[in-house]
Design a protein around this ligand. Sequence first.
Ligand code: URA
Length: 309
Amino acid sequence: MTAPNPTQSAAAPRVNPLQRLWLRELGMERLWLRPAPRPAVASEPQAVVSKQDSPAMATPGGAPPAPVRDAAPAPAAVASPVAARPAGPGPGLRNGPPPKPAPKPEVAADAAPAPIPVAEAVKNANLDELREQVVACTACGLCSGRRHAVFGHGGQPTRWLVVGEAPGEQEDRQGQPFVGRSGQLLDSMLSAVGMSRERDVFIANVIKCRPPGNRNPKPEEIAACSPYLMRQIALLKPERILVLGRFAAQTLLGTDATIGSLRGRVHQMKTEEGREIPVIVSYHPAYLLRSPAEKARAWQDLKLAARQL
Ligand code: URA
């Protein structure tokens, strides 16, 4: 038998395992045979890791695969839809068929849907359209536990816009703002300064869906929902805004200052069209129910709001 020319290896004939052993014994295997395919153990996890971390590594012409211990999925990959897929009868690590190309479309199919861009959607909505958007909203997790999204309610033209935090249990049941015990107190506070929710006041909340167990709204929920309130302000064009409680005050005024430091003076809020609206901060009625001694201060706030500014 003549020794094979190494340049012919690309066209080398198939050999069976026995022939391969013999060739290895003779020290001719590397001359005769094409390189054996890489074992799956080195390439399969690499595809998962590289999809997450380094696209170049996933390409056939990319950098050589890392050693097996380095190819173990990083924590991020473990959490990814690809890594989390149940292990099926797919390629075994040692003896299975050669690895298949990475299944790219599955990543897109399993990925979470893109969040609804609320800020974009509300831009040109009128009040009825905005209400429909709120009722159908899925921009944060609160939509999964709600009975009703609470858009807000009140008279137009709007003299005062009253802004609370979020619906409670009763509001979630009825789909209307401030209809529980806090709402009864709010109604008497408003009527003490000659205002009525049917005639002069529109009542809304920063958050349109009830947080479970009335917990505090999370920053991401406030961020997801506040474009609705901003659009309500732009459409209702209230003469002034009475803000009840820390969350509403901080959201509308864009501050993390305490309510104690924000109340007792008139703030200005600039709308998208550049109009300035006076904003008065007061305690939330739920807080006043728990701390009736603070009602005197809330009364001062109402008088400030009712003053001709
Ligand atoms: N508390 C609020 O902040 N808003 C409501 O609508 C009801 C209770």
